[in-house]
Design a protein around this ligand. Sequence first.
Ligand SMILES: [Zn+2]
Length: 435
Amino acid sequence: MRTLFRSPVLTVLTILLLPAVAAAQTLTPTEQKIRAWVAGHHEDQIAVLEKLVNQPSGTLNMAGVKAAGMIFKAELDALGFASRWIDMPAGMHRGGHLVAERKARIQNESAKRLLLIGHFDTVFEGEGQKFVRADSTARGAGTVDMKGGDVVMLYALKALHASGVIEQMDITVLITGDEEATGRPLDVARRDLIDAAKRSDYALSFEGGSYSQASISRRGSSSWRLTVTGRQGHSAGIFNNTYGAIYETARILNEFRERLVGEPGLTFNPGFIAGGTEAVADTSGYGYTVSGKTNIISPITHVRGDLRFITEAQKERARAVMREIVAKHLPGTQAQIAFEDSYPAMPLTAGGEFLIAQYDTVSRALGYPAIRAQDATTRGAGDVSFVAPYVAGIDGLGALGGGGHSPNEFVHLPTLGMQTARAAVLMLRLAGIRR
Ligand SMILES: [Zn+2]
């Protein structure tokens, strides 16, 4: 193999490659058309986003998730996609997913099959927050996470359709209805996404974006439930034969922090705690009614939290330490911890490096900043992680904004065009089309 790289061959290679590299940094006529089309449809794109945001779709609002999906489905059907809604089994209490496919009419040898990933659900339940536009931003649940990303994807597809190139592309769109709280069992909830990944070469995910970064590795996440009991009694007896459930819970959480904080890539967050004389969960399991008295030693606490990690080995090590801490008890108390897997870790791969290099070239060709890989510890987990074992993926192609998972969520509207043009040209080049 070594002889291949002797200088005459290298010179020929250099001559052959240089024009291709230079051409990649400029836009083809079709790519220029795409950029202009996107810029000319900015207000239409915002109107679709407004419609989607004003359809409340908290993860547990099954009818709302499906209604948001139907708005999107109609848009994809108009582009020639064959789409269907996949309901989840009733016991899972999730709205289901949209799958839409478009097969290439003209077979292109270097064509790669693309999987585009989004989600319709939002963290906020009930009515959520309505779309409110103010100057260059719009507020509302899902504006950036990730109905904003969904319309970046949609308008990239519309631009490819308007430019007449979509006919040559093999594209599967899979938009889940339960990204923010994945339904169980996971193998049912993510079966369609994983099946689509097995039929694809690259996965592009449209979670919140950035001017100069995208994600090619993401941390995995799992959840834990800690249940602590103590002997109920008169408060005057505390420290005699029992410390009660609340002191034992405090000891456990403090030792988690003392033993595990500082390991690179690892975080664990107790999201809520309920304890006292009584702590009764509601049907969602995320709300509790608590009562107690200052003169009663607490007999019960419940804590639920998450655990994020960069490798499966790190997850297992952290769980072992947490179990060990829970197994030691203050006098007169008992405690148990249970873990549940959620997102697997998405490690760095050569395929991911290729995708980010392509995205960087596209961004610069469009006159936008260079792109580098985002540090995996600075963002949460995502659906792209489920497909990581099957297909090279990139995430963070969606809208720019802030306040995700809070009532102050917003999208920065002028950046929709940048993200849409970058996504469309990336998709075109990955599909092997250069004209
Ligand atoms: Zn999201």
